[in-house]
Design a protein around this ligand. Sequence first.
Ligand code: ZN
Ligand code: ZN
Ligand code: ZN
Length: 370
Amino acid sequence: MPAIELYPPERLGQAAAAAGRAGLDALLLAPGPDLRYACGYAAHPSERLTCLAVPASGDPFLVVPRLELPAAQASPAGRAGLEIIPWDETDDPYALVAGRLGRPAAVGLSDRMWALMVLRLRAALPGARQELASAALGPLRARKSPAEVAALAEAARAIDRVHERVPEWLRAGRTEQQVAADIADAILAEGHSQVDFAIVGSGPNAASPHHGASDRVLRAGDAVVVDIGGTMPSGYCSDCTRTYVIGEPGEDLAACYQVLGDAQEAAVAAVRPGIAAQDVDAAAREPITAAGYGAYFVHRTGHGIGLETHEEPYIVAGNTEPLAPGHAFSVEPGIYPGPYGARIEDIVVCTASGGERLNRVTRALVQVPA
Ligand code: ZN
Ligand code: ZN
Ligand code: ZN
């Protein structure tokens, strides 16, 4: 995927305009997804200040430690002709940023900026009200460009290939951690540059939505919730859950899984431009509640995904934001009655006419030999 399409130079102008609309005089972005989104530079966070300043009017500039100048110049930020200002080990980079900005009344700080930097910027810019850059960048980042949708689809295909191999590793007698280690290797082997999480929740642990992986030994009859994701070299993330069963499913699990599949299908079918995010959540909840499992669906239906695994828009009651083409998010209802649980999760993109799933691996309750 050409970086120029994924991180186009015009992003900086779009970010500046968004800052202005949000009433911010400048965005100050430290290493993380906001900075990468704005200029394509995948800087690594450290105690030395790297900061992309995007004034609402005026030229943006990127302040970097001198030892990281070559990396910044080699990134899309350097190729886009963005001014890059190196600072030396004995310089004060906060004074450098403040001196270039003048006297802003309000600045938007990237949501993941460390407190170390927030407080030093507050001291360097005593007249500036500090707000979150997401007030400006959130709506931009939430609606994906065609290149971003392609990057998410590539990530989805990679994680689908991992799920296709999960039945090889799930066996009675193995531990969740052993299975999770095999999955982590495969997440990298299938093209991700980073493993973000590998949840293997078996038996009673399947009823704990954010379980992780423990030393519990898998047993015949266990439901196993496998929720896995990573970050691709593009910067975009995958996130996909499937539920497996070791040997024959019990009647309870089979009945619950049928309802869950219907709920996931109903929520995906509800996706279209103009529908409120909370109505997609309601579409997932309705069949689950009707079947008597409502109290066991203990989390929101989904979250946006892009450069972060969890970002806007959140598919949750109370979010009245209308969905629009380019919104990309998970649809992941779950039912956790204990001593078993199940979840089905796909990444879905809102298109001009409806919702398109990016994950294609089977959504059936996959039975593996005990
Ligand atoms: Zn989650
Ligand atoms: Zn997930
Ligand atoms: Zn998710």
